[in-house]
Ligand binder design. Structure first.
Ligand code: ATP
Ligand code: MG
Length: 357
């Protein structure tokens, strides 16, 4: 017969253990009594009543063992049932919670009690549930954000093309050019999203090599220098001699992202500086601009996907708010940290720290 359920199995184990202990104890009592009466017979051979006394005494012992067995068995069954139920209850609850989670109810939680391994298991399960819940919320937000980001430009393109078809607009080279730009923006949004997914995937690994930080920064400035000149924003850099392991291609991507933000949000005549320094076991990179700045509250949020400050939305700077999310992902993949300190209307400083080894 196969016993199903932890509760039933525990009850059976308790009953078997109690029965075994009781049987051994009974046998020992019987054998001891028997042995001592035999000794008494030898010590007092003239005591005539010894035979019937032994017989009655052994029967009395046997009888009491029998009745006690019945009582003990019933008591053990009852207690085993109660103890097994108490022990298995948290595990049964956890199984129910896990089943509900598997069905998609991620709000469900285990009620934890005590301070033992079962309580720790319950806490771990609750932690897992809240992580899954957060991921699910992030997934839903991301889907709706992507839909929102794609819908507006696609709807604009569609209405303009329809207007051209209906003869309301003329297909001038400027109009076609602006369509092209809008399509470019959509393509780069999709590419950014693809990259972000790649960097977030568990299998993503950096290709780190020992690099000269100043060299990596100089190479990042090259592709963007020209746009600084065109906009009339001064770009300068001062680099300490720092060698550290990093994935050059990915780190250049971070710097280019930050430098293009600094350029985008700094009006003509402003300045952007890149500085590096050594701090104990870390290297620090600071990119400072004299641009429009970000409020303290918004500085926390700009690293979230699709987040753009009110100001940058209103003034139509372009961009979809993914650049900093990518930068954060890459810096953290290097076991570094990135944060922003900014004063609205004065400027912004982006700080990055990277481990030297
Ligand atoms: N140097 C800066 N000065 C002022 N605001 C900034 C600066 N850098 C970033 N921000 C704010 O943070 C937001 C998010 O930046 P992020 O680089 O992620 O997106 P984006 O530049 O708008 O778009 P993308 O980089 O995807 O093209 C920006 O929209 C802007 O509001
Ligand atoms: Mg950006």
């Amino acid at each position: 017969m196969k016993i199903k359920g932890l509760h039933a199995r525990l009850t059976l184990i308790f009953i078997l253990a109690a029965t075994l202990i009781f049987t051994v104890a009974s046998l020992v009592i019987l054998l001891e009594v028997h042995y001592h009466f035999k000794m008494f017979q030898m010590d007092a051979p003239n005591f005539r009543a010894i035979q019937p006394l032994t017989l009655h005494f052994e029967r009395a012992v046997l009888g009491s063992i029998l009745w006690t067995s019945v009582g003990v068995f019933l008591l053990v069954c009852f207690l085993s049932y109660i103890v097994a139920k108490k022990l298995s209850k948290p595990l049964v609850n956890m199984r129910k919670v896990a089943e509900e989670m598997a069905k998609g109810d991620l709000k469900t939680r285990v009620k934890t009690q005590g301070h033992d391994e079962l309580q720790e298991l319950g806490l771990s399960l609750n932690e897992l549930a809240s992580q899954l819940e957060n991921q699910e919320i992030a997934r839903q937000n991301m889907t709706s954000d992507i839909a929102h980001e794609l819908r507006t430009p696609l709807a604009t393109l569609k209405s303009h093309i329809e207007a051209i078809e209906d003869g309301i607009f003329e297909a001038t080279p400027e109009r076609l050019h602006s369509f092209g730009e809008e399509i470019e923006r959509l393509i780069s949004l999709v590419e950014d999203l693809e990259q972000l997914t790649t960097f977030e995937a568990p299998g993503f690994v950096l290709e780190k090599e020992q690099e000269d930080l100043g060299n990596v920064i100089q190479q990042s400035l090259n592709p963007i220098k020209e746009s600084y000149v065109q906009k009339g924003v001064m770009l300068s850099s001062s680099n300490a001699d720092i060698q550290l392991p990093l994935d050059k291609k990915r780190m250049m991507q971070v710097f280019i992202n930050l430098l293009s933000n600094a350029l985008k949000f700094t009006p003509a005549g402003g300045t952007v500086t890149v500085a590096t320094k050594k701090l104990d076991s870390k290297a620090q990179i600071i990119i400072t601009d004299t641009g429009i700045g970000i409020s303290d509250e918004e500085a926390q949020k700009v690293f979230e996907r699709f987040y753009r400050t009110e100001k940058s939305r209103n003034r139509r700077y372009g961009g979809s708010g993914i650049g900093l999310a990518i930068a954060k992902q890459l810096v953290e993949a290097h076991e570094g940290r990135i944060w922003i300190e900014s004063v609205p209307e004065k400027g912004t400083a982006v700080y990055i720290t990277l481990p030297l080894s």
